[in-house]
Design a binder for this molecule. Structure first.
Ligand code: Z5A
Length: 215
C-alpha cells in the first residue's frame, strides 16, 4: 500500500445533478488502483446519527423549516461526522473523499436560501476549527442540463424541489468560491461525456496525489 505524508481531505461539490456520485466512483477506483488507504463518506450524513439528521433535512415536512434551523442541522450533522469519521481517518493518514462539505453550505444555505455568509463562517469556525478540505473537485455545468439529468432519477427530496433560480444562485456561489480559493478548488467540466469527465478527474488526482505520497 502507498503511504501518504499526511491525511488528505478531498471533497466533491456541485449543484444538483452534475454527476457527483458518478465522479466519486471514478475517484474511488483511481485511489484503490494506487493502493491508497481510503474512506468515502458524504454530507449531510456519514455516521448513523448524522444520517438520521440527513433524513430529517431531506424529507418533505408539513411545517415550514426555518433557514436557520436547516443551517444549524447541517452543522450539527457535520460536527458529529468530523469527530467520528473525518478527523480519525485523517489522523491515520488516509484519504477522505467526501460527497459535499461546508462549501455546499455556503452555496445552498448562503446562495440558495440567502443566509448571511458571516453566520456560516462563524459556525464553520466553531465546528471545524482549522479543518478545511485540502482539495475540492467542483463539477460545473449549466443548471438546466444538470436538473434534466437529476429528473431522470425520480422523486425529488425537500431541497431538490427548489426552483431553477435557487440552483442558479447555488452554482454562482460555488464558482465564486472557486475563484476565491484557487489552491483548494479544481474545476471539472461536468457537461462533457462520462469518459471525458473521468479523464479530467484522473488528471487532477494524479497531480494532487503526487504532492502527498512519500517516495
Ligand atoms: N446540502 C445542503 O443544502 N447543505 C449542505 O451543507 C450539504 C448538503 C452538505 C443532498 O445532497 C442535499 O443536501 C443536496 C444539497 C444539500 N440537495 N440538493 N439538491 P446529495 O449530494 O446527497 O444529493 P444530490 O445533490 O441530490 O446529488 P445529486 O447532485 O443530485 O446527484 P449527483 O451525485 O451529482 O449526480 P449522479 O447521481 O452522479 O448523476 C445524475 C444522473 O446523471 C445519473 O443518471 C448519471 O448516470 C448521469 N450522469 C452523470 N454524469 C454524466 C455525464 N457526464 N454525462 C451524462 N450523464 C451523466
Amino acid at each position: 500500500m502507498s503511504e501518504l505524508k499526511s491525511g488528505l481531505f478531498i471533497t466533491v461539490e456541485g449543484s444538483e445533478g452534475v454527476g457527483k456520485s458518478t465522479c466519486i466512483a471514478f475517484i474511488q477506483a483511481w485511489l484503490q488502483a494506487e493502493n491508497l488507504p481510503l474512506v468515502t463518506t458524504r454530507e449531510p450524513g456519514g455516521t448513523p446519527f448524522a444520517e438520521a439528521v440527513r433524513d430529517l433535512l431531506l424529507t418533505p415536512q408539513q411545517e415550514p423549516v426555518a433557514d436557520i434551523t436547516e443551517l444549524l442541522l447541517m452543522f450539527a450533522a457535520r460536527a458529529q461526522h468530523i469527530e467520528q469519521v473525518i478527523k480519525p481517518a485523517l489522523a491515520e493518514q488516509k484519504v477522505v473523499v467526501c460527497d459535499r462539505f461546508t462549501d455546499a453550505t455556503y452555496a445552498y444555505q448562503g446562495g440558495g436560501r440567502g443566509v448571511d455568509f458571516q453566520q456560516i463562517a462563524q459556525l464553520e469556525q466553531l465546528v471545524q476549527g482549522a479543518l478545511r478540505p485540502h482539495v475540492t473537485l467542483l463539477l460545473d455545468m449549466p443548471v438546466a442540463d444538470a436538473l434534466q439529468r437529476a429528473a431522470k432519477r425520480g422523486e425529488l427530496d425537500r431541497i431538490e424541489s427548489q426552483t431553477i433560480d435557487f440552483f442558479e444562485r447555488v452554482r454562482q456561489v460555488y464558482l465564486k468560491r472557486a475563484e476565491q480559493y484557487p489552491e483548494q478548488f479544481h474545476l471539472v467540466d461536468a457537461s462533457q461525456p462520462l469518459e471525458q469527465v473521468k479523464q479530467q478527474v484522473e488528471q487532477i488526482l494524479a497531480k494532487v496525489i503526487s504532492q502527498y505520497v512519500s517516495l
